[in-house]
Structures are given as structure tokens and as C-alpha cells.
Design a protein around this ligand. Structure first.
Ligand code: 9D3
Length: 261
């Protein structure tokens, strides 16, 4: 897959893409990342990429010309191939999620347009971009970090980008709930003990404990995920158990308390 990024701050991309899985994916030729300075596509001698908003108001808006020129140069014409996504990163976009990452991972090329300031001339979203994406409901200073988020999320889905071990694990887990807690040595760190069950060697019981912990955590911090998760019969039984315990604890039944020391 090829990524092309259009930005007025190409320097922001130098460090983050040169580590770990992204570095290895580039070295192995699984991905290519090309960073383009939007100012190189400006048409005036001051290399202006923004201007004052029609209708008034604070701040500056990205002009359409440099962005259209850059994208049309990259795709070699005016029509965007079906295997290319032209993505405008903007707070007004659809919120990015894993399903979107999976869809994008099936493209051959992503062109990522990073906005800044008060926004980007709407004609880019309406007549050039194939997608307008936000990474969540918080205000950032620009689309650069969101572009890196998309590159990261998409790259790890590409064949060969993760080790065989990690990619196999992804599929073997029922989707849509949070991970179970992990522990490593020492078994006793400053008196903080690893749960006995994990040291017991009882694999079936360990599986059940992990599944239960994952469900507990998801119920506590992400009940929205649980509502949509694909749960099997055993998960539902575990969840009923958890909810029953919570209810009895609310009634003040000490038999369902955790040991304190
Ligand atoms: C919604 C705030 N806007 C009110 C006039 C101004 C504005 C603030 C910040 C316009 C653009 C930005 C820069 N942010 C992005 O370009 C951006 C973004 C984000 O802020 N949050 C989540 N996802 C994204 S993708 C691009």
C-alpha cells in the first residue's frame, strides 16, 4: 500500500513513522509513505495555502487550488481510481473506527489531506475527497496526528506487517470486548501478587477467568461495546454471574466481597 500525505508541516512525520511495525513494514516494502509539502503546490510566489473566510469570521481557511493541484498531480488526472481513497482529515468527518481501518486496508493507495486553522474550503470535501474522517470527539491542532493514526491502524492490518503470532491471535478472539489483564514476573512485586489462577497451570480455568475479567472490565468501562459485542452462550452465562455478584454487593452481602489482604 502507498500512503501520500499532504501537509504544511512535513517535519511532523519524521519521527513517528520510523519505529517498530511501521518501520519494518516500510523496510519490507509492504508500505510506502510519501510526505508532500502542500506549499510546493501553491501557485503564487508567496506559496500561499490559506486565505480569509468568505462571509467573515476569525482565522484562515485552506484554499482549494493547492490541494486540488497536489491530488491531481499524484493521481495523474482528475478521476480518482476506485482503488484510491482521498481522505480529508477534519473534525466534521465520520468518526474513524476499526471497520473503517479494515475497509481502507483493502485499498491500494491512501491520499491523506491534513487540514489546519479554522478549516478547509468545502469544495475539497464535496468534489475531491472520497472520504472525510475525524478520529474522535476532541479538538486537535490539525490533521497530521489523525493521518498518522490512520496510517498506523491500517498498516498493522496488511498481510505480513505483524508477526504470524500476533495476527493469528487477533482472529481467535471473539471481537468487540476489551482485553483481559496481563501479568508477568515477578509473581510478587512489592507484595502485589499475580492472581493464583494464572500460576496454577489449569488452562481451561485460566481461559474462563480471563474471559470473565475481560467481560467485567468491559461492563465497567465500556458498556457501549458490550451491547454490540458478539457474545456466545458461555459469555452470557459469565455476564449473568458478574451482574448477580454486583447486585448482591449492592445489597451489602459480604460473601461476594474480595479478600482485602
Ligand atoms: C471544531 C473546531 N473548529 C471550530 C471552528 C475549529 C477547528 C479546530 C481544530 C478546525 C480544525 C481543527 C484541527 N483539527 C483537525 O484538523 C482534525 C481533527 C480534530 O481536531 N479532532 C479529531 N479528528 C480530527 S481529523 C482533523
Amino acid at each position: 500500500m502507498r500512503f501520500d500525505v499532504l501537509t504544511i508541516f512535513p517535519g511532523m512525520f519524521r519521527g513517528p513513522l520510523e519505529y517498530s511495525i511501521l518501520k519494518r513494514a516500510q523496510d519490507q516494502g509492504i508500505i510506502q509513505i510519501h510526505i508532500h509539502d502542500l506549499r510546493d503546490y501553491a501557485t503564487d510566489k508567496h506559496r500561499m495555502v490559506d486565505d480569509r473566510p468568505f462571509g467573515g469570521g476569525a482565522g484562515m481557511v485552506f484554499k482549494p487550488e493547492p490541494i486540488f493541484r497536489a491530488v491531481e498531480t499524484l493521481i495523474g488526472g482528475r478521476s480518482v481510481p476506485a482503488s484510491t481513497a482521498v481522505i480529508l482529515l477534519s473534525p466534521q468527518g465520520r468518526v474513524f473506527h476499526q471497520r473503517e481501518a479494515e475497509r481502507l486496508s483493502r485499498m491500494e493507495r491512501l491520499i491523506l489531506i491534513c487540514g489546519r486553522y479554522e478549516g478547509v474550503d468545502e469544495r475539497v470535501a464535496e468534489h475531491l475527497a472520497t472520504d472525510e474522517i475525524s478520529i474522535g470527539d476532541y479538538i486537535l491542532t490539525g490533521g497530521e496526528i489523525p493521518a498518522m493514526v490512520i496510517i498506523d491502524a491500517v498498516t498493522r492490518l496488511l498481510p505480513g506487517a505483524l508477526g504470524h503470532h500476533a495476527s493469528a491471535q487477533r482472529d481467535s478472539f471473539a471481537e468487540g470486548i476489551l482485553d483481559y489483564p496481563q501479568y508477568t514476573r515477578p509473581a510478587d512485586f512489592r507484595g502485589l501478587k499475580v492472581p493464583d489462577i494464572l500460576l496454577s497451570g489449569h488452562h481451561a480455568e485460566i481461559e474462563r477467568w480471563r474471559r470473565r475479567k475481560a467481560l467485567e472490565k468491559t461492563l465497567r468501562v465500556r458498556p457501549d461495546l458490550l451491547a454490540r459485542a458478539h457474545l456466545d452462550e458461555r459469555d452470557r452465562a459469565l455476564l449473568d454471574e458478574i451482574k448477580a455478584e454486583q447486585a448482591s454487593r449492592r445489597r451489602g452481602d459480604p460473601s461476594t466481597d474480595k479478600p482485602t489482604a
